[in-house]
Ligand binder design. Structure first.
Ligand SMILES: [Ca+2]
Length: 395
């Protein structure tokens, strides 16, 4: 509103001036640009600005992710660490998934980050990077479904190790000091099952990598999903083209069998943030300016450090999509969603041209085997990045 008022007052002044002198051109009024200024909010200001719908007593979270330092999963982890610190959720722990990277690499990057950002109290359980039906021959697969320039963990397979310390400098991208903390002994699925049993009806799983770990928890305990509060997925692509192939999104492509098991496990609530949503909130210089203006924490400093070489040199990021932080933001503050629809969702598991294709029927029209989900199609882009940068800045 202030911006609009200012614009009109500038425009009015220009008109009056033009009336008096007769030599002021209209373009001069247009040249007056507003520069938005941002500053880090206090916790109280943050809570006045956003309607946070979660609290740590009732919203306990497990992050199942394919984190690398600093990819979009790390952005989501940073949000959860901040939300935990502020009492908006309780972060019960992380489980290392395959997808972008092998789990040894993910384990290294998560442990080093938890230690560096002073959260050694958050446990990490190692999961698996082997899809339920095994690794595929990637060349044969692409000969059937089409060429994908990015194949995530598959590109690390020639350097496979299940020892996370051996992954250092081989498959890891983290430049943080080597972690002294270790993963817990329980495998990812046992950790998830135990937490859901200890906190009935209160645990939400954030599945933002390949879903093999979650599928294994469901296979081991068929009541697992019913005992949880729900699941938030980053994955799928429905009403827009996929990043590389027409109907394919990499999280769901990584293990379609696991996706199918998860979708049909009987959750009370399934929230899907597909690639469609990510296309509505691309990264940009204005987003970087927000981080920079609100740089008050170790987390916001890490983000600024990682982006400065790009944006301070007038460049654009190669990858403009930033999928995973959307999941946490809309969970904490659903007002950031612009378009959400109930759909009936499925993934193609038969090998052929449309293998791993994602489909979302309109509610009430899906055939047998489709799963009811709430699908987020559009997010309020500027508000999202304002929210994320505000959250990172909270002390
Ligand atoms: Ca991810």
């Amino acid at each position: 509103m202030i911006m609009i008022k200012k614009f009109f007052s500038v425009a009015l002044s220009a008109l009056l001036l033009a009336g008096c002198t007769g030599n002021v051109k209209k373009e001069e009024a247009k040249e007056t640009k507003e520069v938005k200024s941002y500053s880090a909010p206090t916790k109280q200001q943050f809570e006045q600005k956003y309607k946070i719908v979660t609290d740590s007593a009732n919203n306990k979270v497990i992050l199942d992710a394919d984190v690398t330092y600093i990819n979009d999963d790390m952005y989501a982890l940073f949000e959860l660490l901040q939300a935990d610190k502020m009492g908006y959720i309780k972060l019960l722990g992380l489980t290392a998934a395959g997808g972008n990277a092998l789990t040894s690499s993910v384990t290294y990057d998560v442990l080093s980050a938890l230690e560096f950002f002073d959260r050694k109290d958050i446990p990490l359980a190692v999961g698996t990077d082997v899809p339920l039906s095994g690794f595929k021959n990637i060349d044969s697969l692409m000969a059937v479904i089409g060429k994908m320039p990015y194949v995530g963990a598959y590109s690390q397979l020639p350097k496979y190790t299940d020892n996370y310390l051996k992954a250092k400098g081989v498959t890891t991208t983290s430049n943080l000091p080597e972690p002294t903390i270790k993963p817990i002994e329980e495998p990812a699925w046992d950790f998830m099952i135990r937490q859901v049993n200890e906190n009935p009806g209160k645990v939400t799983i954030f599945a933002i990598g390949g879903y093999t770990n979650v599928a294994k928890a469901i296979q081991k305990d068929p009541e697992f999903a019913k005992k949880a509060a729900g699941i938030v997925y980053m994955g799928g692509v429905f009403d827009v083209p996929g990043e590389a192939l027409p109907r394919v999104e990499i999280n769901w492509w990584y293990d379609p069998e696991a996706v199918n098991i998860c979708l049909n496990a009987g959750w009370k609530k399934q929230l899907v943030i597909p690639h469609d949503a990510a296309t509505t909130c691309l990264k940009g210089k204005d987003m970087y300016d927000m981080y920079k203006a609100k740089n008050t924490t170790k987390i916001s400093q890490a983000i600024v450090d990682s982006l400065a070489p790009i944006y301070e040199n007038g460049k654009e990021e190669f990858l403009k999509f930033c999928w995973d932080p959307i999941t946490v933001a809309v969970y904490l503050c659903p007002d950031l969603i612009e378009k959400i629809e109930p759909r009936e969702v499925a993934i193609e598991r038969n090998m052929g041209l449309s293998y791993a294709s994602c489909m979302a029927w309109f509610a009430g029209t899906g055939p047998k085997g489709t799963a009811p989900c709430d699908v987020v199609f559009k997010v309020k882009r500027d508000e999202l990045w304002d929210f994320v940068s505000d959250l990172y800045s909270l002390q």
